[in-house]
Design a protein around this ligand. Sequence first.
Ligand code: SF4
Length: 281
Amino acid sequence: MDVEIAQHSGFCYGVKEAIKLATETAEASDRRTVTFGPLIHNPQEIERLGREYGIERVDALDGLTDANVVIRAHGVPPEEFERAAVQNLAVVDATCRFVTDVQNAAIDFCRKGYPLYIVGEPKHPEIVGILGHARRERPDAEIHVVETVDELIAANPARAAVVFQTTHEYAKYRRLERHIREQRLPWKIKNTICGATKSNQYAADELARRVDVMIVIGGKNSGNTRRLVELCAMHARSHHVETVAELDRGWFEGATKVGVTAGASTPQWVVDDVVTAIESL
Ligand code: SF4
């Protein structure tokens, strides 16, 4: 069976930086190093960081003392930085700079008095962080989180300023941009979808059109991986796996060409394991 890996897939800039910061901190310090929530959305890599570097995960800062706290790539609301300072924790901020860009865009729109619409997953930590920063800037701001562009179009507000979760589907941004232009709406829109997301989506879409089966590797809790699965499923039989153990021989019956892509938090060693297993089927 012929296996092809998408031209762009796997670890992005922000994830690489977060892992580098966390591991360098753990190696250089005698104190405990913890991440506030999962550093990235990949259970296998989180487990490796614990095993090889002793990096632990905490889900709340309550009661935590004498520790290095690594802020996840998705960012956190400003209150969490303040809480860490009060508790004398050493904060290592691994917020991806593209997430910081969305936070700043949201702050800017709120400062200017626009009703803010954030397109993304309401409970995703990145959205929680963006909301926190925007509300800190302007507690009385009108802020909405909508899961889809269609939801926003249906709401049809008179005024709106729109930002996107960094890992939202780029085609949806383009659709909204076109809608605003065609309807001559007085809305502001900022493309806050990061380059890695865009490249991974384009490459997955292009590959899925040329293969029989697509295997998408990544955490089941990874939003950007789930969006890759949705994109690929439009063109090929597509399956989402976290590890090689989930591969099912039956998926490949009758297939001559298999495509592989991976979410932005998926380490290369997990991808290699899966590709090797498919090649040996
Ligand atoms: S997916 Fe984009 S925004 Fe998220 S961590 Fe990676 S580079 Fe940063």
